[in-house]
Design a protein around this ligand. Structure first.
Ligand code: PA5
Length: 438
């Protein structure tokens, strides 16, 4: 992975970057010493190296046990408890996976919405296909996944009977506490633990992400190897040239202090859309507090150039862009010859879509920079499990460093509680009677 800063020259000087170096080095030291805010949630820092190999074996055994007998695997979770898995799976699978027959289960998601129509449609699907499910909740008490699990479990018991349902349900939750923990123990579901010292946003390299990714047929050992190698890079190197996480954390804080309050993560491959969703969750929940924080936003180009392109080029100058650029797509498609050339695009004959897409990216970066929008480019050699493992750890580590540079606690999320409290008051949850909306 390379961070390309060549399009930042008119926005960030070398002197500004060097001035920020001591701050990000200090922030990294705080992270590694474990003496900063939220330091009881730093388990993710060493996770790629410390994960118990028995967990990997157990995940592989569950995949081998369940996948031959199911067409669908329902992943129930919300926020950090599901977005990492979805990001990796959607980055690796075909855009048209739902319509392609496969030996592997197709992954569907629940617990991330309260839409009645969504659950009606899910039940229709579950009527039609054999399935199993994993329910993921660190607290074990979050309403959305609890509601989804109640619906899916009832369907499963009526379809397969209680005993077989218990074999088709896996729970991932706290080691000791929470309603989900208690249900899993009582019903004897296979259970994985989310370590106490890993928060939801940073949990993708625990069973939270690894189990669904493995069930979808992807190589979790390669994912962890990528993360492990990136951890070494982030921890051992002090220079911006050799440490992409320090560089990224420094650049975004410099831009933020210059009034660039919005960061738009941009991709040119639609499969990366959920990488952006995961990234928004990670950075939004980590940094948006105490009246501070860069607002994370995302765009998929070229399609969004036809909706948001005008604003980015010419609207209020409050943002910078971070491009995820992929050197080598997984497949090649060229433009075929058409003798009539009625569409006028014969000048593209023989060129691959990769070349056209890269030129669209370059043209966009230059145009937006000229329009006053700074661009950071994160250049990936390809998209596979190893590179995604690197990317995940890079973003996590940079987030910890960036959050400490911003002087917030990157590892809590007190603001998420306000809507929950109001919802409980409105729905009449026991214990909330007579309380005022906040
Ligand atoms: O990142 C977080 O901490 C949150 O997004 C949680 O993952 C989300 O709120 C779900 O919480 P839980 O896993 O406790 O159900």
């Amino acid at each position: 992975m390379i961070i390309d800063t060549s399009h930042l020259k008119t926005f960030v000087s070398d002197a500004e970057l060097q001035a920020m170096r001591s701050e990000v080095l200090q922030a990294r030291q705080t992270l590694l010493n474990g003496d900063g805010k939220g330091n009881d949630f730093l388990g993710w820092v060493n996770l790629p190296d410390t994960i118990d190999p028995n967990i990997i074996s157990s995940i592989e055994a569950d995949v081998a046990r369940l996948s031959p007998k199911i067409k669908l695997f329902v992943v129930i979770g919300i926020g950090g408890s599901y977005l990492g898995a979805r990001a990796v799976i959607e980055a690796l699978q075909s855009e048209f996976a739902a319509a392609i027959p496969s030996q592997r289960p197709y992954i569907v998601y629940a617990g991330h919405t309260l839409s009645e129509d969504y659950y009606h449609q899910l039940i229709e699907l579950l009527d039609a296909y054999d399935y199993a499910t994993v329910v993921i909740s660190k607290s074990g008490t979050t309403t959305e996944p609890a509601v989804a699990f109640r619906v899916v479990k009832a369907h499963m018991v009526s379809k397969y009977g209680a005993d077989e349902a218990s074999r088709r349900i896996i729970a991932i939750t706290d080691a000791r506490r929470g309603a989900l923990h208690d249900i899993a123990v009582k019903e004897k579901y296979p259970m994985y633990v989310i370590p106490d010292n890993v928060g939801g946003s940073f949990s993708v390299l625990t069973p939270v992400g690894l189990l669904p990714i493995a069930m979808a047929g992807y190589d979790i050992k390669a994912l962890l190897q990528g993360a492990r190698d990136m951890r070494k890079v982030c921890i051992e190197n002090d220079s911006f040239e050799k440490n992409p996480a320090l560089l990224y954390a420094a650049l975004r804080n410099i831009l933020y202090r210059k009034g660039k309050k919005v960061e738009m993560l941009v991709n040119f491959l639609p499969n990366l859309k959920y990488i952006s969703e995961w990234w928004k969750q990670l950075y939004g929940e980590s940094e948006g507090k105490d009246g501070k924080g860069i607002l994370p936003h995302s765009l998929s180009f070229t399609t969004d150039l036809h909706s948001m392109g005008q604003y980015v080029q010419d609207g209020e100058r409050l943002m910078f862009e971070t491009f995820i650029s992929v050197d080598a797509p997984s497949h090649s498609v060229s433009i075929p010859m058409d003798e009539q050339n009625l569409d006028g695009i014969n000048y593209l004959v023989g060129k691959s879509l990769k070349e056209i897409n890269h030129n669209a990216e370059l043209g966009t970066v230059v145009a937006h920079c000229n329009g006053g929008v700074p661009a950071i480019r994160i250049v990936l050699p390809r998209v596979d499990e190893y590179v995604l493992g690197q990317l995940i750890y890079f973003f996590e580590f940079a987030c910890g460093v960036s959050g400490y540079t911003l002087d917030v606690n990157p590892f809590d999320q007190p603001g998420v509680e306000a809507y929950k409290k109001n919802m409980f008051i409105l729905l009449g949850k026991p214990g909330y009677e007579g309380k005022q909306l906040v």
